[in-house]
Design a protein around this ligand. Structure first.
Ligand code: FAD
Length: 459
């Protein structure tokens, strides 16, 4: 006999818990299922722990640079990896337990702990329990992908989840993958004091960004002593005693890098293979992402997919925005859509990269007439005062409508500054609104109006 609910949510990632609470609050008899840890990737092995570790790494970095600020530290700067992990664990625990307590304490909401699998379009099996509902919301997220690299089965390797258990300093960490996840780990472990090499198959780091952004990030990382091997087209791994040799097959330099540990950071895959989607007839694309329309409905009536598993976003904020879209449509009569949102994310190396809308490459490809302004952080007073002048800010504007097309802000505080651009983009206001705004001195943001006063045609 199945237990009947009005709504069932699978997964407690960044959309599920809020949606469950909203539906239950609206009087719907609701169930939510979690097979591992409450809060999903972001809370347990994604954003929250990594940004906590990035903060520890920054503290070590600034301490080492103390002399530049006239601060003398007598003795060497020591990094206590056990303490760093304990601090990270405490922050994660508080968030993870908070989600669990919230869900278990919500009226009208039943929490199931176990793996959910579709039996048919409206029934899910969770262990010995059979649950059914007309409305089912899939929020199963994703996990690190493990590509078929030569020799991978011969060596032990780490991914973003197993990195969370590391409470020691790898002597030499080889990070395979020079994109968002890999770069954050690479810089933090270098700052903790280890040797770090990034091995990237492509010709440059984070290839979805503009070339000047990739190049500036490479300089930032190399200046901290991180070794970077690009165009490593034929990566192969081999055990060398207690070490790992990574064949990087680069056009120049050593053909092999020998390290103590390897971190695989080469992309993510959705958790959809073991969900029984075929039993429900739910359509996926070739990479296993659940296909959804602009309001996150799958091809099966009553079934929705939210968060990373639908391939429409890969961030906590896109998953949470998915929840807002579904709740608005179902409960508020407000027809919000995925296509209303503007691309926005940060890369949390230090200094961070804040991104909104189009890159310069995309603006060029679009064929429209555009304006561009770029300012190095060496010409930002706040950065000079803080002695953190790496990076640059770049903004693109549509020459006709005067609306901002996008921005890449790589520099201190740019993870926050990007929002002033983003909000004007959402307002669909001309760039002159920010250009004429009086911003506060001394801040990084105060240079956004100045920069917008220096726009030139994009040649
Ligand atoms: C190292 C790292 C750093 C990141 N940093 C950032 C960042 O700074 N900012 C940012 O915005 N994003 C960041 N992300 C991405 C972010 O973590 C994800 O985009 C976000 O967590 C996606 O949330 P979600 O709602 O799709 O699902 P998830 O958070 O992945 O949660 C899905 C949940 O579903 C559960 N589940 C799966 N299958 C089943 C099943 N069959 N039955 C029951 N339960 C199931 C899982 O156990 C999991 O708890 C980072 C990711 C990584 C890996």
């Amino acid at each position: 006999m199945a237990t009947t609910y009005d709504a069932i949510i699978v997964g407690t990632g960044q959309a599920g818990p809020s949606l469950a609470a909203r539906l239950a609050g609206a009087g719907m008899k609701t169930a939510i299922v979690e097979r591992k840890r409450f809060g999903g990737t972001c809370v347990n092995n994604g954003c929250i722990p990594t940004k906590t570790l990035v903060a520890s790494a920054r503290a070590a970095h600034i301490a080492r640079r103390g002399g530049e600020y006239g601060v003398r530290i007598d003795g060497a700067i020591a990094v206590d990896m056990k303490k760093i992990k304990e601090r990270k664990d405490a922050v994660v625990r508080s968030s993870n337990e908070g989600v669990e307590k919230w869900l278990k304490g919500t009226e009208n909401l039943t929490v199931y702990e176990g793996h959910a699998r579709f039996q048919d379009a409206h029934q899910l099996r969770v262990g010995n329990e059979l649950l059914e509902a007309d409305k089912i919301f899939i929020n199963v997220g994703g996990r690190a992908s493990t590509p078929p690299l030569r020799g991978l089965d011969q060596v032990s390797y780490l991914n973003n989840s197993t990195m969370m258990d590391v409470d020691f300093l790898p002597e030499h960490l080889i990070v395979v993958g020079g994109s968002y996840v890999g770069l954050e780990f690479a810089q933090m472990y270098r700052r903790f004091g280890g040797e770090v090499t990034i091995v990237e198959m492509g010709p440059r780091l984070i290839q979805s960004e503009d070339e000047d952004v990739s190049e500036a990030i490479r300089t930032i990382l190399e200046n901290e002593g991180i070794k970077i091997r690009l165009s490593a087209e034929c990566i192969a791994l081999e055990k060398r005693g207690d070490k790992v040799a990574v064949g990087v097959d680069c056009t120049s330099g050593d053909k092999i890098v020998v390290g103590s540990h390897v971190l695989l950071a080469v992309g993510r895959v959705p958790n959809t293979a073991d969900l029984g989607l075929e039993n429900a007839g739910i359509a996926m694309d070739q990479r296993g992402y659940i296909q959804v329309d602009d309001q996150l409905r799958t091809n099966v009536p009553g079934i929705y997919a939210l968060g990373d598993c639908n391939g429409r976003g890969a961030f906590t904020h896109t998953s949470y925005n998915d929840y807002e879209i579904v709740a608005a449509n179902l409960l508020d009569g407000d027809q919000r859509r995925v296509s209303d949102r503007i691309t926005a994310y940060n890369l949390y190396i230090d200094p961070p990269l804040g991104r909104a809308g189009m890159t310069e490459t995309e603006a060029r490809k679009s064929g429209r007439k555009a304006l561009i302004a770029k300012r190095p952080m060496t010409r930002v007073g706040r950065a000079v005062e803080k002695a953190e002048t790496e990076g640059f800010m770049k903004v693109l504007v549509d020459a006709g409508t005067k609306e901002i097309l996008g921005a890449s802000l790589l520099g201190i505080e740019c993870d926050e500054v990007i929002h002033s651009i983003l909000d004007v983009m959402y307002a669909k206001a001309p760039y002159t609104v920010i250009q004429r705004a009086m911003h506060i001195h001394p801040t990084v943001s105060e240079l956004i109006p100045t920069m917008l006063g220096e726009l030139k045609p994009l040649e």
